[in-house]
Design a protein around this ligand. Structure first.
Ligand code: GMT
Length: 378
């Protein structure tokens, strides 16, 4: 198949999933064309089957807001037409789905047929979709796509609740490349970060409000009252300065390390003992899956799709959003003795194995085939 993948190029979940999906499809013999405004962060190698098309928005004094969506539509028309694509798979509703629908219309006027598949990732529905100014376009784009997937059952239900959806939606979960995330822990690295055998707690995110990073710090402060521990904060974003101030306020400076954005996240995760994800909302929780693949149990909120990943009492624990006390208590159950920790670590890894990329990507292939077949008949 010749597949076009439209995505955000950033480190965020939707861009990572789209890029890893495209790389895997290419390795399975498909021709994959990535279309974005910058080379996707995870598109770190090229094979004979992967291509990258950059969308350039020309600058003109009249444009207070560069018309990215218009440039993207034109680019999509061009790539579909000249690369003879079989399907366009767009990740994140805004503005990718609406741009693709418009491109499909232009191509149809020239007698070219291209089915559009939209994958919803979460914030495009739960946060952005709630903004009334985007609502009508998001709803129309979902209804007009030839196929729609969500990354969890929970997001499928939320989408159906939020909008007037008149079409089926299929949930295909996030996945993980286990060959990358089976990193052997580097003992010298662990020794450098936790020289006295402290338990290592970790959080990775884009430091947006929705991630509730302040809860991470407050849970950690409670853990540290009971046992020696260190906290690694990976990533960066708008809340970072506020979190640094909170660490000073709680007198945690010596115990918390801000590592910023990191490419080799598996090296860090593989030396950790506990991952904290207290998010306000989380459609799936890819960062938690990455931790679990590195044998790290998870204390998470029970929001959105997290219960579809994290198994309460087995791979970690699920707590109410904002319930710092319970998150700290549950963390201590996991961390307090080696045998319990070992069991949770094994369970977390076994659960992550169920989301193996080699099991999930064929679901997308099957979905593409089905949508292409149906749209040819229509
Ligand atoms: O979590 C973020 O803020 C990034 C966001 C995105 O849209 O890129 O991630 C979303 O998509 C990921 C991949 O499908 C999911 O694993 C994340 O749970 C989801 N984030 C939220 O729902 C907050």
């Amino acid at each position: 198949m010749k597949i076009g993948i439209v995505c955000y190029p950033t480190y965020g979940g939707s861009g990572v999933v789209a890029t890893e999906l495209g790389k895997s499809l290419a390795s399975r013999g498909h021709q994959v064309h990535f279309i974005s405004y910058k080379q996707p962060a995870r598109l770190d190698f090229f094979s004979g089957n992967t291509f990258y098309h950059e969308v350039y928005v020309s600058n003109y004094p009249l444009f207070d807001f560069p018309p990215y969506e218009t440039a993207l539509i034109s680019h999509l028309v061009d790539v579909v037409k000249f690369e003879k694509l079989d399907v366009l798979h767009v990740h994140y509703a805004i503005p990718h789905a609406s741009a693709a629908i418009m491109a499909r219309q232009i191509l149809a006027s020239e007698g070219i047929h291209i089915p559009i598949i939209t994958t919803l990732h979460g914030t495009d529905i739960t946060l952005v979709g709630k903004d009334a100014s985007f609502g009508p376009v998001v709803c129309y784009s979902i209804n007009q796509s030839d196929g729609v997937t969500t990354v969890s059952e929970s997001l499928r239900r939320d989408t159906e609740k939020q909008f007037n959806i008149r079409r089926p939606i299929e949930a295909i979960p996030n996945f993980i490349d286990l060959s990358r995330f089976n990193h052997q822990p580097r003992n010298h690295f662990k020794l450098a970060v936790a020289p006295n055998g402290e338990r290592l707690v970790v959080h990775t995110s884009n430091f947006r409000k929705v991630k509730r990073v302040d809860d991470v710090v407050r849970v950690f402060a409670e853990i540290r009252k009971q046992l020696p521990a260190k906290l690694l904060l990976v990533g960066d974003g708008p809340e970072r300065i506020h979190i640094e101030m909170l660490c000073r306020e709680l007198d945690l400076q010596g115990s918390v390390s801000f590592l910023g954005k990191q490419n080799q996240i598996e090296e860090i995760l593989s030396i950790c003992d506990l991952f904290l994800m207290p998010s306000e909302t989380e459609s799936f929780g890819l960062a938690a899956l990455e931790a679990m693949a590195c044998h790290v149990p998870v204390i998470s909120s029970n929001a959105g799709g997290l219960p579809e990943l994290n198994q309460d009492g087995k791979t970690g624990f699920l707590c109410q959003v904002g319930d710092v006390k319970s998150m700290a208590e549950k963390s201590l159950i996991i961390l307090s003795d080696d045998a319990t920790l070992k069991q949770f670590k094994e369970n977390a890894k076994a659960r992550a194995d169920e989301f193996d990329i080699n099991r999930i990507v064929p679901m997308y292939e099957k979905f593409y085939e089905e949508i292409i077949r149906k749209s040819q008949k229509a």
